[in-house]
Each structure stands twice: as C-alpha cells, then as structure tokens.
Ligand binder design. Structure first.
Ligand SMILES: Cc1cc2nc3c(=O)[nH]c(=O)nc-3n(C[C@H](O)[C@H](O)[C@H](O)COP(=O)(O)OP(=O)(O)OC[C@H]3O[C@@H](n4cnc5c(N)ncnc54)[C@H](O)[C@@H]3O)c2cc1C
Length: 371
C-alpha cells in the first residue's frame, strides 16, 4: 500500500467517507484512517432523517447549506447505486411534524410561517386530516405540518456506499488505525503518526467526529467537539404503522424497509458511555406509544447508542488552518451529519483543490436552534 498521499482523512464516519468520495473523483490519492471500523461511530447510529424543515425552527446560515445538501441526495442515491450497487434507501416522501397541545400547535404555525415566507413548501393539517393519511396516529395529535421535501436514508448504507465509491476511485482505507498525532514541520503538515506507523500526506483533514478535540486545538484553543449520546430502538411490525416519518420536539418514528421502525433518540451531553439503559428504552417506547398507540403490538428488534459530535463553540468546523499549511477540519455536525454529509464532502473537495470560497472556519456556520 502506498504511504505517501495527496490527502489523508482522519475518521471513517459519514463525513470522512463523503470527503473521500468527492476528493477521490478529482484524481487525488486519498487515504482514510479509521481507528475502529468504517461507520463504527455516530454514522451507523443515526436514524437517517433528512429533516431540513423539520429540524430548523428559525433561520440560520446552516439552513441554506442543509437545503443544498438535501437537494443533492436524489442524484447521489442514483450515482452511489450505479457505482457501488448499494441502495442508500433514499425516500422523498416528506416528514410530518406534529403537535399535541395548543402551545405546540402555535409553535408549529410560527415555524411554518417563516419557512413559507422563505419560499419553502409546507402544508398545514388538522389531526383528522393527518389520520386520513396516517390512520395509526394517536387522537392526541391535534395538528401537523407536512414538509414534503424532507426525507430519509439508511445511514449505515450511506456511509458504506461513500466508502465503496471512494475505494472504486482509488482511495486506500485502513481500519483499526488510530491517529495519535499530526506531523507538522515548518508550519506545514506532512503526515500523521498512528499505531501502525507513519503515513505521509500533503493535506490532512480532521473528520474524527466526537473525538476531534485534540486535533481541533491546533486550530484554536476554544475549538473542540464533545459527545452527545443518543439511544435509538427499532421494532418490527407486519401491520403498517406509518408511511412517512413523524417528528415531535427532537423525537421521531421513522419507517424503514421490511416493516422496521426506528424510534429515537435520547439526548445525553458529554457522555462517552455507549451502553443502553433500560430507562432509555422505556422513555422511547412511552413517547412512541403516545404518538402511535398500535406500536404496542410491534415486536422487539434492537437498541443501540451513538455519540453525536457537538461543537464546543456551537459552530460547524469546515475549513483550513490559518497558519499550518495543509491542515483542514470538517466536523461538529451534531444531530444533522447524515443530512449535511454530501455538501460537507463537496465543499471539502473544493477547498482541498484550492477554492477558498469554501473556507468556513473564519465565517463559521452556526449550528442553529437544534442544540
Ligand atoms: C442516535 C443518533 C441519531 C441520529 N440521527 C440523525 C439523523 O436522523 N439525521 C442526521 O442527519 N444525523 C443524525 N445523527 C447525527 C449523525 O449521526 C452525525 O452528525 C454524523 O454521523 C457525524 O459523522 P462523523 O463522520 O463526523 O462522525 P462519526 O460517524 O462518529 O465518525 C468519526 C469517526 O472517526 C473515528 N476516529 C476518531 N478518532 C480517530 C483517530 N484518532 N484516528 C482514526 N479514527 C478516529 C471514529 O472511530 C469514528 O468512526 C444522529 C446521531 C445519533 C447518535
């Protein structure tokens, strides 16, 4: 295997593999280093919601990026299927955001109003109208907004497809390779030191998710990521329960192929512990039953936890180091890294090719109201 590269990417989650996918198409020699296995971090824990309108309750600059990223999924799904044979399970059927109290209903109307003013599509539904489309939804739901352009994907498959596509374009991928430190000489990055030796590269990108802090500190002492643990569960139902995901205050039920429903997620900041507690499962099942009572008759599938990479400064880090030549970062995507993966990979490929307009470290992008 070659040990001198144009670009070395630290981290094999959806962000690292998306960068590898886009950069490898520019004929650069790329290496992805992953301390465990590809997609072993947050990226396979995600429910895969692509909720631009469902997630953003007020406008911020990241909204525009999220919208651009969502618009990339349709052609990306086709491209990845053709290149890798992997179906990323992209569904363009929208998301329902629901309200059970008058206060929640008022809040939904306010969010819908600014989105419609911004030219976005949104449809108001009474509880009855929603139940005509989704008969299993509880009578407790009094109103909903339908966001027809939101969607969802299979997050682990998306990451795997990015990885396979990058490999087809010549990227080397090394799993179980832990990057211990970056090698910097005369204010220029020259490679990385790992548990399997040294790898040399002209450009190094930090995409290590919740574990990025030691590398981000090279940019600024205030930069860092911290983990926000999230637990999800999955159940199986032969009887269809939902056609389209429903979303309420960060909680969601997402229908997946073969009668599988992902229910998520808990929010526990600053915990690297990835165990699933019985209380987490009880909390998620309780909320799910409130929205879809028939979920009680579903059968148990599985539960898991993952660590969302939240930014210490509340800004997404996409950019290059001011002084250390060849050093880049792309991390801090918190709860929307699956949604933001195509645009992040695309922007990093442009930036690595010298397109300075994609440097967002100086005008960092605020993570917005989803925190
Ligand atoms: C429960 C849950 C539900 C979610 N649902 C959604 C959703 O519906 N929609 C959405 O858009 N987002 C969702 N997210 C968020 C999304 O999963 C993340 O934003 C995204 O996966 C972050 O990707 P990443 O590549 O930055 O991080 P990760 O996937 O964590 O990848 C980072 C990788 O870097 C590796 N690494 C770390 N340090 C080193 C090192 N020193 N050397 C080598 N490798 C290293 C790690 O092992 C890891 O594999 C969810 C997250 C969770 C936890």
């Amino acid at each position: 295997m070659n040990t001198t590269y144009d670009v070395i990417i630290v981290g094999g989650g959806v962000i690292g593999t998306s960068i590898a996918h886009y950069v490898s198409k520019t004929k650069k020699r790329v290496l992805v280093l992953e301390k465990n296995t590809i997609a072993s971090g947050a990226s396979s824990a995600a429910a895969g919601l692509l909720g631009v309108q469902a997630e953003w309750e007020t406008y911020d600059p990241l909204y525009d990026l999220a919208r651009k990223s969502l618009n990339m999924f349709s052609s990306l799904a086709t491209e990845l299927r053709e290149t890798t044979g992997v179906d990323i399970g992209y569904r363009e059927k929208g998301i329902y955001k629901v309200a059970c109290t008058l206060k929640e209903e008022r809040h939904l109307r306010q969010t819908m109003a600014w989105q419609q003013q911004a030219g976005e599509e949104a449809e108001w539904l009474t509880g009855e109208k929603l139940r005509e489309r989704e008969p299993s939804v509880s009578l407790d739901v009094i109103a909903a907004v339908y966001y027809p352009t939101d969607g969802h994907v299979l997050a682990p498959e998306l990451t795997r497809a990015f990885m396979l596509s990058a490999a087809r374009h010549g990227t080397d991928i090394r799993e179980y390779t832990d990057v211990h430190r970056l090698l910097i000489e005369d204010k220029k990055v020259i490679g990385v030191e790992t548990n399997h030796g040294t790898f040399y590269g002209e450009q190094v990108v930090v995409a290590a998710g919740a574990w990025s802090t030691p590398f981000l500190r090279l940019f600024d002492e205030t930069y860092g990521t911290y983990p926000v643990k999230g637990v999800c569960i999955a159940v199986l139902s032969e009887q269809p329960l939902l056609d389209v995901p429903i979303f309420k205050e960060g909680f969601y039920i997402v229908p997946k192929p073969n009668g599988r429903y992902i229910i998520g997620a808990t929010v526990i900041p600053r915990s690297f512990n990835q165990s699933v507690e019985v209380g987490d499962i009880a909390e998620l099942l309780h909320k799910a039953k409130e929205l879809v009572p028939k979920i009680e008759y579903a059968t148990w599938d599985t539960a898991w936890a993952g660590l969302r990479p939240q930014s210490e400064t509340n800004y997404l880090y996409i950019g290059k180091h001011d002084e250390i030549e060849g050093l880049y970062a792309c991390t801090g995507h918190y709860r929307n890294g699956i949604l933001l993966s195509p645009i992040s990979g695309y922007m990093m490929a442009e930036l690595l090719a010298g397109n300075e307009s994609y440097n967002n470290l100086e005008r960092r992008i605020h993570l917005g109201s989803t925190n």
